[in-house]
Design a protein around this ligand. Sequence first.
Ligand SMILES: Cc1cc2nc3c(=O)[nH]c(=O)nc-3n(C[C@H](O)[C@H](O)[C@H](O)COP(=O)(O)OP(=O)(O)OC[C@H]3O[C@@H](n4cnc5c(N)ncnc54)[C@H](O)[C@@H]3O)c2cc1C
Ligand SMILES: *[C@@H]1O[C@H](CO)[C@@H](O)[C@H](O)[C@H]1NC(C)=O
Ligand SMILES: *[C@@H]1O[C@H](CO)[C@@H](O)[C@H](O)[C@H]1NC(C)=O
Ligand SMILES: *[C@@H]1O[C@H](CO)[C@@H](O)[C@H](O)[C@H]1NC(C)=O
Ligand SMILES: *[C@@H]1O[C@H](CO)[C@@H](O)[C@H](O)[C@H]1NC(C)=O
Ligand SMILES: *[C@@H]1O[C@H](CO)[C@@H](O)[C@H](O)[C@H]1NC(C)=O
Ligand SMILES: *[C@@H]1O[C@H](CO)[C@@H](O)[C@H](O)[C@H]1NC(C)=O
Ligand SMILES: *[C@@H]1O[C@H](CO)[C@@H](O)[C@H](O)[C@H]1NC(C)=O
Ligand SMILES: *[C@@H]1O[C@H](CO)[C@@H](O)[C@H](O)[C@H]1NC(C)=O
Ligand SMILES: *[C@@H]1O[C@H](CO)[C@@H](O)[C@H](O)[C@H]1NC(C)=O
Ligand SMILES: *[C@@H]1O[C@H](CO)[C@@H](O)[C@H](O)[C@H]1NC(C)=O
Ligand SMILES: *[C@@H]1O[C@H](CO)[C@@H](O)[C@H](O)[C@H]1NC(C)=O
Ligand SMILES: *[C@@H]1O[C@H](CO)[C@@H](O)[C@H](O)[C@H]1NC(C)=O
Length: 644
Amino acid sequence: MARISAVLAAVLALNPCLGAAFPRRLLASKIPTRDVQEAYDYVVIGGGTAGLTVADRLTEDGKTTVLVVEYGELSNSSSITTVQGGFMGMSDTELLYNINSVPQTNLRNRSIAVLAGKVVGGSSAVNAMMTVRGTAEDYDRWGDFFGSDSHWSWRGLLPYFKRALNFVPPDEDVAKSANITYDTRFWGNTSGVYAGWPSFQYPGTTAQLDAFRGMPGVPFVNDSGSGEPGVYWFPTFMDPKLVERSYARTGHYDNKAANRTNYHLVTGSKVTRIILNGTVATGVSFVPVTSLSTNQTVLPTNQTVLPTTVKARKEVILAAGGIHSPQVLQLSGIGPRKLLDSANITTVVDLPGVGANFQDHGMIFAAWQYQNYSIHPSPDDLFLNDTFAAWASAVWSANRTGPNSIAIGNAAAWLPFPVISPRAANLSAALAAQNHTAYLPPDTDPTVAAGYRAQMLALAAALTSNRTAFYSLAISGGAVSGGSLVALHPLSRGTVALNATDPRGSEPLVDYRALANPLDAAVMADMLRFTRAYHLANPRTAAWNATELAPGNATETDEQFVEYLAEALSPSEFHPSGTCAMLPRELGGVVDEELRVYGVTGLRVVDASVFPTLPGANTCQTVYAVAEKAADLIRYGPAGLLKD
Ligand SMILES: Cc1cc2nc3c(=O)[nH]c(=O)nc-3n(C[C@H](O)[C@H](O)[C@H](O)COP(=O)(O)OP(=O)(O)OC[C@H]3O[C@@H](n4cnc5c(N)ncnc54)[C@H](O)[C@@H]3O)c2cc1C
Ligand SMILES: *[C@@H]1O[C@H](CO)[C@@H](O)[C@H](O)[C@H]1NC(C)=O
Ligand SMILES: *[C@@H]1O[C@H](CO)[C@@H](O)[C@H](O)[C@H]1NC(C)=O
Ligand SMILES: *[C@@H]1O[C@H](CO)[C@@H](O)[C@H](O)[C@H]1NC(C)=O
Ligand SMILES: *[C@@H]1O[C@H](CO)[C@@H](O)[C@H](O)[C@H]1NC(C)=O
Ligand SMILES: *[C@@H]1O[C@H](CO)[C@@H](O)[C@H](O)[C@H]1NC(C)=O
Ligand SMILES: *[C@@H]1O[C@H](CO)[C@@H](O)[C@H](O)[C@H]1NC(C)=O
Ligand SMILES: *[C@@H]1O[C@H](CO)[C@@H](O)[C@H](O)[C@H]1NC(C)=O
Ligand SMILES: *[C@@H]1O[C@H](CO)[C@@H](O)[C@H](O)[C@H]1NC(C)=O
Ligand SMILES: *[C@@H]1O[C@H](CO)[C@@H](O)[C@H](O)[C@H]1NC(C)=O
Ligand SMILES: *[C@@H]1O[C@H](CO)[C@@H](O)[C@H](O)[C@H]1NC(C)=O
Ligand SMILES: *[C@@H]1O[C@H](CO)[C@@H](O)[C@H](O)[C@H]1NC(C)=O
Ligand SMILES: *[C@@H]1O[C@H](CO)[C@@H](O)[C@H](O)[C@H]1NC(C)=O
């Protein structure tokens, strides 16, 4: 049985559900399968975060024809729209794939719930709405794998971060009383996807952020979009007028695509393969989800469904996300030959990187409780103080304001490793000196191993840099701090592979290979030690009198932390990435700098799977920026890219 961590479950249980959906108007561009045209200029696989962004941009001219094929449906569920708590989407199984990871050897054989959105809008419809981006160094690292003049860099991506979101500043009074700072130079205001702010902040959030001043060397940053690590406030993927989730569908589909006759969306359809003529991608093939062999009530497995095939005159764009994009490539004969052979799939392009290099952020469950916390109102008062709770409900019902307009929060520390650990130089040297191949699966292709080594050398440098954040702690403002500690640059790499027993009927096999690289545990141990010090050895938090609920004072040595992590680590913060990496082919890459699949003509991948290394931040904002940039690469080529 897969399980979401007990701490997350507790957080979910604490938050009551509510929220009224606003009516949405009829959408003309969604068509039934029988109306699908024979050919489009572009066929986009997956109507998720990246897929809908690219489809919107490509159809803006009113001429270019695009078909988006999406597994999920258009859903008007209040689980999607509700912002309060930020957890409604991710706890609605109707909107998620049902995938459990391979049991994790280093985590006492725990199997992990693999969460990914299965609805128009993809994971942007179910995520926790944290709106953050990585540091400048995170994006410069991507380009460095290609050389010093790559357009994949902070400067090359900043114009697309600006295009990707519409930043609406917080209410002035709230900003003043909470001490929220921001700098609009790092933001744009044209996108249909909003970065908004709640109309209320708990005073404890400000105090707990300020308490980082008690920790030596901690930087403070004025804006979450500046590309620098530090303590900062960040916005929410929320339409500030409606006070509802703002996501790929509301920003790039509703009220836009629906008016374009050159844009078609077909839902409830699973792409089963990319059609190739030799090594040229010429179209896609898909079947209705209701016909899948796993749905025995609809169709006996011995009956074959005729797939719909549609031609792409210009290109096929694969945007099925970090879990499914590698699977679709593998099912189409593009992937590691040995794996494809095992499933009796003819190899068209032997591309060992497809499904390798799998990365996600590790969430470390640990908790501290303040015994002497007198800052009110606090999030706990929603459950402990009836007067406050009644006020919160009243202002929400009347005006959609107050605490219920907060998603998962807007404040966190994103800190460089030298700031949190006294042994940054030692761990950096140890990482550089490793026999990196030893931490990959035994039969890893040499090109993939070379890419892993290049990444580890880059991250070894980052461990001693003050411009890359390795550590993240989200701040709640309440008396309990737990479940909010994130390892931003995992060193272990997993795999996503088709299930050879039932390649087309089964979900892919997802293996995080958590803690495969032993230095991950050492890095996380130092993160826990620093967090312990923030709570227990910090003049700014002393008065609150914290006690450690977990891991507890019996956990001191690196060995004890490894034991604790085996029990308490979640290898996923639901940010699956890296499985179709943008890297040179000799480094195990799957796509080039223009996101074109190696060895194939007319096929790009545009989604989180192309990240060569994770940014040190939740991934959604980066997916939007990459998709905006991809749309320009597709329309205009590299010469037409925006420049900072
Ligand atoms: C529970 C959860 C919480 C998160 N919280 C945050 C957060 O707070 N902040 C943040 O920045 N990021 C967060 N993320 C991560 C972020 O949302 C994702 O990184 C991002 O949305 C991924 O975009 P994508 O385009 O790569 O994939 P997706 O948006 O997942 O899109 C992939 C689409 O492809 C479709 N698809 C897949 N296979 C097929 C097929 N064979 N045929 C047809 N369609 C297919 C899927 O149904 C889906 O719609 C969270 C993610 C999850 C799941
Ligand atoms: C508010 O921010 C300023 C600088 O940005 C800082 O000096 C001050 O301590 C902060 N005050 C509080 C109460 O957090
Ligand atoms: C990084 O920051 C820490 C803490 O302020 C400081 O001790 C260290 O010298 C800095 N390192 C570099 C390379 O600037
Ligand atoms: C879409 O079309 C409808 C009806 O023709 C119109 O009312 C609406 O303003 C249009 N929306 C956009 C964004 O063009
Ligand atoms: C495949 O490509 C070849 C060469 O361009 C072309 O002659 C042929 O018609 C194509 N076949 C199909 C089925 O499209
Ligand atoms: C299975 O079939 C039933 C009956 O048609 C349908 O309601 C249901 O949505 C299907 N389930 C899936 C996963 O397609
Ligand atoms: C499919 O299997 C069902 C149940 O086993 C059987 O009744 C039916 O005749 C089979 N159909 C075909 C086309 O073989
Ligand atoms: C493998 O594929 C070939 C060609 O499609 C087919 O003849 C053969 O039966 C398949 N073998 C298995 C084990 O599925
Ligand atoms: C409960 O909340 C109200 C409104 O915020 C506040 O005035 C009151 O002091 C609180 N009571 C306690 C016991 O904290
Ligand atoms: C809602 O807003 C209006 C107008 O600002 C205000 O008069 C009213 O008191 C608010 N309602 C509540 C319950 O706060
Ligand atoms: C590194 O590890 C690989 C895989 O375990 C092994 O084959 C190789 O001999 C090792 N290289 C060295 C120099 O130890
Ligand atoms: C792989 O597919 C087989 C056949 O459908 C299924 O029994 C098995 O559970 C699948 N494995 C995983 C890990 O999903
Ligand atoms: C801090 O909390 C502990 C545990 O509840 C308690 O024993 C101790 O007296 C408290 N100390 C202060 C100074 O409040």
